[in-house]
Ligand binder design. Structure first.
Ligand code: KG4
Ligand code: ZN
Length: 367
């Protein structure tokens, strides 16, 4: 048995069967993929009930719950796929960015399993995973522009398939999903805020409250959501606070906020597509589940001549299919990590601080 999975000389078969593990935030997920695209199983254990009373993810509670369920989630993923651990060809796990306590649970489990089974394993960048989710879902291949829009990130990337994705622009303060969660809290809605705001917005008028379109007058491709969040807070105070608001007014605020986020994201995407001369945008991450964003993005695509690719809902939010898929691509290129792999809370997308060994000669370094 190799002391390090990275030392293993195991040659991957044609269509390797890879177990992916994702635990970067408040979801513990495991999935089995064949050939980097065929989903044999996908299990996601969420923690909404754990964090709901606090209106946001409590890191300490997240990692404790991960410890409780990690083995079971992986066991069910293997069972659903009809595979035993010994029949796997490799293991992929999220190494960062994310909450370190949460990441460590999935990482330790993946290392232990890789060691026990003598399997090659590899650490995956969470955001690369989100981008690859679109490739799995839509049979998409680079080049394309990617928009990652989640609770922790709002960023645009150029994905060429050669080397790391290149950052084109990112949020200067809050992520769009974070703004959804915070505004939901202001409106007395449960966590996570995105779905709750969308639901309430269905009964509201998106034109009712005039809210800013952040960064619309700024050049470049950066985003900002903290000002918009403050604008909603000011509107609520101006109307006498949350208690003074009727249901219709809350719905109008939710609808007006939702369309402001959607339009500001789309304005940045339109600019990026022109700059990059690209005709395909992959929109990934939890906020990509938002129906208003999909509507505004598709309308812009029709006008501007680009196609927006949204993975299905279960591949938009955190899942392990995306980690298994990104990991499969790395493993197939001969990239391996060893048991010294650590968890990283912040990692720019072009960097893999956990991997000092360069990929094989002639192969691109993809995180
Ligand atoms: O990608 P994700 O599951 O986790 C990470 O942050 O990595 O994204 C979660 C975020 C939360 O902020 C949640 O409120 C938001 O995605 N979200 C939505 C919707 N569904 C989830 N935001 C807007 N509309 C939705 N339908
Ligand atoms: Zn995510």
């Amino acid at each position: 048995m190799p002391s390090k999975p990275g030392d293993s000389d195991v040659v991957l078969p044609e269509s390797p069967v890879v177990l992916g593990i994702e635990s970067s935030c408040d979801e513990m997920a495991a999935a089995v993929l064949r050939g980097g695209r065929e989903i044999l199983s996908s299990v996601v254990h969420g923690q909404a009930v754990v964090h709901a009373p606090y209106g946001g993810v409590v890191p300490e509670l997240a990692s404790r719950d991960h410890v409780r369920v990690v083995s079971e989630v992986a066991r069910i993923a293997l069972r659903d796929a009809g595979f035993r651990a010994s029949q796997l060809d490799g293991i992929a796990v999220t190494a960062g960015p994310g909450l370190v306590g949460s990441l460590l649970v999935g990482l330790s489990f993946a290392k232990a399993l890789a060691y026990a089974q003598g399997l090659p394993f590899v650490g995956v960048h969470h955001l690369v995973g989100h981008l690859v989710a679109a490739e799995v879902a839509a049979d998409l291949s680079p080049p394309y522009v990617g928009l990652v829009v989640s609770g922790g990130h709002t960023a645009l990337y150029r994905v060429t398939g050669r080397g790391h994705p290149t950052l084109l622009g990112e949020t200067r303060d809050d992520a769009a999903g974070e703004a959804f969660d915070k505004v939901a809290k202001m409106l007395g809605l449960p966590f996570p805020g995105g779905p709750a705001i969308s639901k309430l917005a269905l009964d509201g008028d998106p034109q009712a409250v005039s809210l800013p379109r952040p960064m619309s007058k700024r050049a470049g491709l950066d985003f900002s959501y903290s000002g918009l969040k403050t604008a909603v807070s000011v509107e609520i105070s101006r109307r006498g606070g949350l208690e003074a608001l009727g249901l219709a007014e809350r719905a109008d605020l939710a609808a007006s906020f939702e369309v402001a986020v959607a339009e500001s994201l789309v304005a940045r995407v339109v600019r990026a597509m022109r700059q990059e001369d690209s005709d395909r945008i992959a929109v990934v991450g939890g906020v990509a589940a938002n129906a208003k964003l999909r509507e505004v993005m598709n309308a812009a695509g029709d006008r501007e001549g680009f196609r927006a690719i949204f993975p299905p809902m279960d591949l938009c939010t955190d899942n392990a299919v995306m980690i298994a898929a990104a990991g499969s691509r790395l493993l197939e290129r001969g990239v391996r990590d060893d048991l010294s792999l650590e968890a990283f809370s912040r990692v720019p997308i072009g960097e893999t601080p956990w991997r000092e060994t360069p990929p094989k000669k002639g192969e691109p370094a993809t995180s």
